[in-house]
Design a protein around this ligand. Sequence first.
Ligand SMILES: [Zn+2]
Length: 374
Amino acid sequence: MLDREELRELARYRDEENLICSFYYPLEKGMPTEGGALIRLKNMINKTLADREDWTSAQTTSISEDLARIEGLVTEEMIMSSGGLAIFACSAGGLWKEYHLPDRVGPMLVVDHATRMRPMIEFIGRYERSCTVLVGKGRARIIVLDRAGAAERSDVVASVPGRHDQGGWAQARYQRHHDHQVMHHLKETADQTFSLLQEEGFSQLFVGGTEELVSEFVEYLHPYLRERLAGSFPMEMVSSVAEVQIQTLTAASELAEAGERDALDDLRAEVHTGNLGAAGLDDTLHAVQTGQALRLLVKEDFEAPGLRCTSCHLLCLSSPCPFCGGETQALEDIVESMVTEAFLRNCEVAFVAGENGEKLAELGGIGALLRFAG
Ligand SMILES: [Zn+2]
């Protein structure tokens, strides 16, 4: 499971002495190991070794070890796994982290003194854990899921007697009894969902069922659950776990897309008339590095060259460093560094594609909503 804190630690990881391999690779189950996939991998590794600049012999030894281990793992995984593989390795520094991702990533292989985290940061943004509760009158199901999988956590069955058509006084009393039982059952389900939140954690809650039951159930939710409530939909109690997963992920991605659309509208308004928005590389870079950026929006494929000061490590677009006058070093893609910086500063990072991506392109491909005006 991906953990934000662990990713932050990796994003902060720097080793001035040794070099780190950041490796991303797409996998497809049953990939022919004798065919193109393995050759492509070997070419990637050979090119990295051939392109080396001024590695010391200790660095060369460490990287060669890392690459051999990476090649071994990919060759094994190619046969059995689908999705993506991300590896951060530095044998001289004792670093080896491997992540099996449900989506394809890369291919990418970079050797540097810092890790390359953009694909991981992009990934974790799409990886929110959700909980979906299906509510019925006599039964409830709780399912925890994300893009990688889904698992049923409990099957809450209450003994709610069926309705009978007896009429008269007995019917009225019976009806009250029945309603009380349903209420008790919904409350119990809400309590169980809260226990699950405390035990496992999830960031979004969805509820499936009839409109009437959903709104009654919501009444019983703990405030922590209510603030995570992201939506509801009609769903049959007999649905399979996979059906629940698909329905939930669809609802979650529609919600995310709508959220991005709103953020882009806000950004455009703030850039033109307010002062809580930054657009374009220069202004956004400033907002990220001063801690002003609350939410960073990056067009999915947006990249740009830039510079980093060798003495104060400031990211900048002109040399010498505008902050300390120090010398600068060229960066192939400054956006990668901005994304990592924003992630480390607890700024939400969204990678925007499709129609929203086109809107963002009009604003320079990158922008940020700000916490405070500069
Ligand atoms: Zn500087």
